[in-house]
Design a protein around this ligand. Structure first.
Ligand code: ADE
Length: 227
């Protein structure tokens, strides 16, 4: 899978993909993440990429032309399945959206800055708008990193234990059960006996029961979605 990220701050997108699973995914050739600086594509003097908004009001808006030039350059090189714009007024990102996007081949992600991007880019190029939560970040880069991480770890071959993504919180619509490691007795705080019983069926049943309990206590609205 190839993900092209359009940004005015490519530096912000170095570290999130340089370690751990995202690093491994790229080393294994399963994921390619490329960042493109909008400033390298602007036809305006002094690398200008933003301007005052028509109608007045505080805050700058990212101009359409540098974005259009860059998007069209990428689209002339290969076919993209989605052109995503990261924005707080987009569809709320969740595990289902991550699963859907992980099946795509080529994706463009546009990171907004300042007041956002000129709406004509949204109307004419963007196919999907994503928010990572009901709060406003200073730019779309951190949100894009969240989305790419959530997608990247789902690509077959990225996780060492092929099964482990299946047990994530949300993957079956439920929160994950509690987990424990050694020692079995830490300061008198002991691991539930059942996890030490060696019977996989009993352990599976316990985990399922704990998942349901946690979900009912913490996110009861998720259970309604399963009915
Ligand atoms: N850009 C600024 N805030 C954002 C958010 N919450 N989600 C996605 N992109 C954003």
């Amino acid at each position: 899978m190839r993900i092209d990220i359009i940004t005015v701050l490519p530096e912000l997108l170095v570290s999130p993909f340089a370690h751990s699973m995202m690093k491994r995914a790229q080393e294994r050739g399963l994921l390619e993440v490329l960042t493109h600086n909008v400033r390298d594509y602007t036809p305006y003097r002094q690398a200008q990429v933003d301007d005052y908004q028509f109608g007045g009001g505080a805050g700058m808006v990212m101009m359409p032309e540098p974005l259009a030039i860059l998007i069209e350059k990428l689209q002339s090189e290969r076919k993209y399945d989605e052109v995503i714009y990261m924005t707080p007024d987009g569809d709320l990102f969740n595990q289902k959206a991550a699963n859907t996007l992980s099946l795509k081949e080529n994706i463009i992600i546009i990171c907004g800055h300042y007041k956002g991007i000129d709406d004509r880019i949204r109307q004419h190029y963007v196919t999907r708008e994503i928010s990572i939560g009901d709060y406003v970040l200073s730019g779309g880069e951190l949100a894009a990193a969240v989305v790419v991480d959530a997608i990247g770890r789902l690509l077959p071959g990225v996780l060492n234990d092929e099964m482990s993504a299946l047990f994530d919180s949300f993957q079956d619509g439920l929160l994950a059960p509690p987990v424990y490691t050694r020692p079995a007795d830490f300061r008198g705080w002991v691991v539930p006996d059942i996890l030490l019983c060696g019977d996989p069926k009993k352990i599976d049943d316990w985990r399922q029961e704990q998942s349901l309990k946690r979900t009912a206590e913490r996110r009861p609205e998720l259970l309604k979605g399963l009915e």
